[in-house]
Write a protein that binds this ligand. Sequence first.
Ligand SMILES: [Zn+2]
Length: 253
Amino acid sequence: MAHVTVKGLVIRETDFGETDRFITVLTAELGKIEVLCRGIRRRKGRLANAVRLFCYSEFTLYSGKSYTLSDAETDMSFWGITSNIEQYALCCYFAELVNLSADSDDTSGGLLPMFLRALYALDRQKRPVQTVKAAFELRLAADLGYAPDLTGCAVCGQAECETWSFLLENGALVCSDCRKRVGGTYFDLPQGVLTAMRYIVSCDGKRLFAFAVSEQTGRQLGQICERYLLFHLDVRCTTLDFYHSLFQMESEQ
Ligand SMILES: [Zn+2]
């Protein structure tokens, strides 16, 4: 059995047996891998901490038919996330999205840095969960091949309009004149939301979460980015239902 050393982010834990655990690790070199951690639930200290959810660690693995943990050392931890229920719920949703998307090698290269930056933005920079969520969703959609075309009206080509609409099915802008002639699911797109969406799809990935919007713009942006991503991925995420339930509870209190 050969040893491999690889850095990666733990995005899922699944306990089994009395003391064992499978972890799913997102890596740059190997994509998404499953690692068997024998006896880890009995352990405390350095090794146990390095394989916790949302830890970015250097793993030494036995590589045979599958990967088995030999050793691990924490590189970056985001334990603050686990003590904030909204941040934690959001990161579980990101992890589910990444789990769904990371199978193909060509996309896994960009997912890891984006996930790490999202964790950093929430944990260290205290960026609002709503804007981090919207930026992650829209940029993920774009990276998976569903980049919206936000340059001008998809029908008549005009670049200026007071009241844009966004067509969910094909990620296109439509001006107010053309909207009457084209069917589909539309969102009204105020200028502030359009500006934020243009920023999210075109900015340097390092600056993805470095923008601010008003509360109302953030709310509209959030609805559009979520609907757009889930429509194109064609999935329902249980972790997203849980995330929304937190805000429902808040508004009911
Ligand atoms: Zn038009």
